[in-house]
Design a protein. Structure first.
Length: 266
C-alpha cells in the first residue's frame, strides 16, 4: 500500500514502542518520517532501521514534548527538511504509580506536561501551517484505555489521557466547523507489548509506596508481555486514521469502534 507517497508523518515518542510501530506503518505506505523523541541516543538507530526497511526519507529530531519551544523547533525542522506536514502523531507518553493523594506534585505535573501538554504543544506548533496549506491532513493523538475507564493508582496518567480524549473531540469539532480538510483521531490502546509497558516494574517500582502499587505494576507488565505487538498496533492506528475522523480504538475488543458506537455501548 503506497497511498502516503509524498506525504510527511511526524511521530513523537517515535524512537520506541507504539510510536516506532506507527512510523513503520506510515513508512510502509510511502510517507517520509520525522521521528521526535527525548531519547536522542535511540533516534539515529530507529531512523536508520526505517530507511533500510522502507526506503523513505527519515530524520530524527531530539525533542522534549513537555517544552513548547521544542515543538516549535520540531515544526521548523520538518518544514525546512520536507516543506510540508501531513500527519501529526502526538504519541509520546509516560506513566506513573501511586494513590492520588500520595503522588507528588512534581510527578502530577511531569505526567500532565508530557502526556497532555505534549499533544497540546504539537497541535499549537503544527496546526496553523497545516491549515494554511489547505491540504488534507491528520492529527492522531495516542490516549489509552485509561482515558476511558477509571484506572486506579495512576491518576496523573488517567487524568491526562481522559483530557487527551476531550482535546481530540474538541479539535475534531473545531476543524469540522471550519470546513478544514484535517481529520482527528484518538486511539485508546489496551496493553501493547512495548518497553514502557513490559518494563513497568523496573521503570516505576522506585515510586511504589504500597503492595497495591507493586501488584498493579506487575499486572501491567505481565499483561503487556502478552499484549499486541507495537508493529500491529501501528498498522491498526494508521487504518483508524484513514477510515474515520474521530475514532476511539480500544484494543482487545473493538479496535474499530467509532465514538458513536462506543456511546451506544455505554
Ligand atoms: P515507550 O516507552 O515504548 O515509548 C515512548 C517513547 O516516548 C520513548 O521512546 C520515550 O523516549 C519517549 N518519550 C518519553 N518522554 C518523552 C518526552 N518528554 N518527549 C519526547 N519523547 C518522550 O512507550 P509506549 O508504550 O510505546 O507508549 C507510547 C504511547 O502509548 C504513550 O502515550 C502511552 O501512554 C500510550 N499507551 C501505551 C500502552 C501500552 O500498553 N504500551 C497502552 C495505552 C497507551
Amino acid at each position: 500500500m503506497e497511498n502516503c507517497k509524498g506525504k510527511v508523518a511526524i511521530v513523537t515518542g517515535g524512537a520506541s514502542g507504539i510510536g516506532f510501530g506507527i512510523a513503520q506503518a506510515a513508512a510502509r505506505r510511502g510517507a517520509d518520517i520525522v521521528l521526535a523523541d527525548i531519547a536522542a541516543d535511540k533516534l539515529e538507530a530507529a531512523a536508520a532501521a526505517l530507511r533500510d526497511a522502507a526506503g523513505v526519507r527519515v530524520i530524527g529530531v531530539p525533542t522534549d514534548v513537555a517544552d513548547p519551544g521544542a515543538l516549535d523547533a520540531l515544526a521548523e525542522a520538518t518544514y525546512r527538511e520536507f516543506g510540508r506536514a501531513d500527519m501529526l502523531f502526538n504519541n509520546a507518553g509516560i506513566s506513573s504509580i501511586g494513590a492520588s493523594w500520595e503522588t507528588s506534585l512534581e510527578c502530577w505535573r511531569k505526567v500532565v506536561d508530557i502526556d497532555l501538554f505534549g499533544c497540546i504543544h504539537g497541535i499549537r506548533s503544527f496546526l496553523p501551517k497545516m491549515l494554511e496549506s489547505g491540504e488534507p491532513g491528520y492529527v492522531v493523538n495516542t490516549a489509552s484505555l485509561a482515558g476511558l475507564v477509571p484506572t486506579p493508582h495512576m491518576a496523573p496518567y488517567a487524568v491526562s489521557k481522559h483530557a487527551v480524549v476531550g482535546l481530540s473531540g474538541s479539535l475534531a469539532q473545531e476543524l469540522r466547523m471550519q470546513g478544514a480538510p484535517i481529520k482527528v483521531a484518538v486511539v485508546c490502546p489496551g496493553y501493547i507489548a512495548t518497553p514502557q509497558a513490559k518494563g513497568s516494574v523496573e521503570l516505576y517500582s522506585a515510586d511504589a509506596k504500597s503492595d497495591i502499587d507493586l501488584q498493579i505494576l506487575t499486572t501491567i507488565g505481565n499483561a503487556a508481555e502478552a499484549g499486541m505487538k507495537p508493529e500491529e498496533a501501528g498498522e491498526i492506528i494508521l487504518s483508524a486514521m484513514e477510515k474515520g475522523d474521530f475514532w476511539i480504538a480500544p484494543n482487545g475488543a473493538p479496535f474499530r469502534a467509532s465514538i458513536e458506537d462506543l456511546h451506544k455501548e455505554m
